[in-house]
Ligand binder design. Structure first.
Ligand SMILES: Cc1ncc(COP(=O)(O)O)c(C=O)c1O
Length: 399
């Protein structure tokens, strides 16, 4: 086995330099803990960027993956796949009724959503001029060309043009701007229910309902990107469940298979008709391995009451962070979030704070530049939260 220095040196030589990686090689995990290859322990409040909802090394998930791998791990979508259908049945019991397309990532799910929306307007409704996408400043939808085109942060788009034309960005949470923008040219509005990467930005109460109303009134589709907020992260399976509205299309990924790559696009029965055989596809989409993992996750959410746990521990985290924010003013500006997607807003760049926390064995991530993001496994305990907040407090106290 190579030493971590050797591995990092080799990685720097061979891997394209598109990530700002910490000089750590993670080697194993259990629950909310990770150990690097030098044996250092880390308390993980990132869960692989809101992915590992059952934590690391979960024996039940590992067994489900191993059992499926030993039986049949890939066949393609030329045939029906048992685990994929069982998963679809489980998802159909959640708060969105419709049909499902499975893929491998959040960006890919959003690509499918954008394509489905365009084809629905052009082919089903016979409105080929309805091509415009409306998205939001500070949004994040992924790195493929289509998803990037509707991502409302210039730093991610820079140098990649020309991107999709006919995309308009409006301020998130501003109902007046939405009323002015959605028109007879709008194909779809794409929004995160809570902007995650952009800084954990919650819209004002009633805003998503107003977007829904405007889209229905004006013939545009509403796509909700629940790639980060979905699968229980905010205390309900979908974040939109809190808002008394339902989108036309919803996208999922991250927590869906607990860390096995998987994305999904769900569309209403009215809209899904726009895809017919041959119009869209993905070789690995919903393959037996990912589907078996995601099916296990669906069962675990119910059997472990993960939604109730997320609400309870999320409230605990929210109030612990609020107290911390009070204590460490003026370095902090407050907190925001829902469930186990919570942020501590700093008075400056969050990157040095996240780095110092990592040096003390606490893994956090940055959202929107000035926000320290907590997105731990949904199985996280109160004790783990208290330990994490205490480490962050020490880091902030040090300056
Ligand atoms: C809301 C949202 N949409 C899309 C994506 C892209 O997902 P992926 O990295 O799986 O392509 C992300 C990733 O952070 C996200 O947070």
């Amino acid at each position: 086995m190579s030493s971590s220095e050797q591995l990092i040196a080799s990685g720097q030589k061979l891997l394209i330099n598109n990530y700002g990686r910490a000089p750590i090689v993670m080697s194993r995990g259990a629950g909310c803990l990770l150990w690097d290859s030098d044996g250092n322990r880390y308390l993980d409040m990132t869960a692989g960027i809101a992915v590992c909802i059952l934590g690391h090394g979960h024996p039940g998930l590992a067994a489900a993956i191993a059992a499926q791998a030993g039986r049949l791990h890939h066949t393609s979508n030329l045939y029906y796949i048992e685990a994929q259908i069982l998963l679809a049945e489980a998802l159909a019991k959640r708060a969105f009724a419709g049909k499902i397309f499975f893929c491998n990532s959040g960006a890919e799910a959003n690509e499918a959503a954008l394509k489905l929306a365009r084809r629905y307007q052009a082919v089903v409704r016979g409105k080929p001029n309805r091509v415009e996408f409306i998205s939001f400043e500070s949004s994040f939808h992924g790195r493929t060309m289509g998803a990037l085109s509707v991502t409302g942060q210039a730093k991610y788009r820079q140098g990649f043009g020309p991107l999709l034309p006919e995309v308009r960005f409006i301020p998130f949470g501003d109902a007046e701007a939405a009323r002015g923008a959605i028109s007879e040219r709008t194909c779809a509005v794409i929004a995160e229910p809570i902007q995650a990467e952009g800084g954990i930005n919650l819209p004002p109460p009633g805003y998503l309902q107003e977007l829904r109303r405007l889209c229905s009134e004006r013939g545009a589709l509403l796509i909700l990107d629940e790639v980060q907020t979905g699968v229980g992260r905010t205390g309900t399976f979908y974040a939109f469940e809190k808002e008394a509205m339902v989108p036309d299309i919803v996208t999922l990924a991250k927590g869906l298979a607990g860390g096995v790559p998987m994305g999904a696009m769900l569309a209403s029965l009215e809209v899904e008709r726009a895809f017919e055989p041959g119009t869209h596809a993905s070789t690995f989409g919903g393959n037996p391995l990912a589907s078996a993992a995601a099916l296990y996750i669906q069962q675990a959410i119910d059997e472990m009451d993960l939604l109730g746990h997320c609400q309870e521990i999320g409230a605990h985290l929210g109030s612990a962070l609020a107290r911390l924010a009070e204590r460490r003013r003026p370095k902090t500006r407050g907190t925001r979030g829902r469930g186990l997607l919570q942020g501590l807003v700093l008075d400056g760049d969050a990157t040095p704070v996240v780095k110092k926390a990592r040096d003390r064995g606490l893994l956090l991530s940055v959202a929107g530049g000035q926000v320290v993001r907590f997105a731990p496994p949904l199985v996280v305990s109160r004790d783990a939260i208290d330990e994490a907040v205490a480490i962050l407090d020490t880091v902030l106290a040090e300056g």
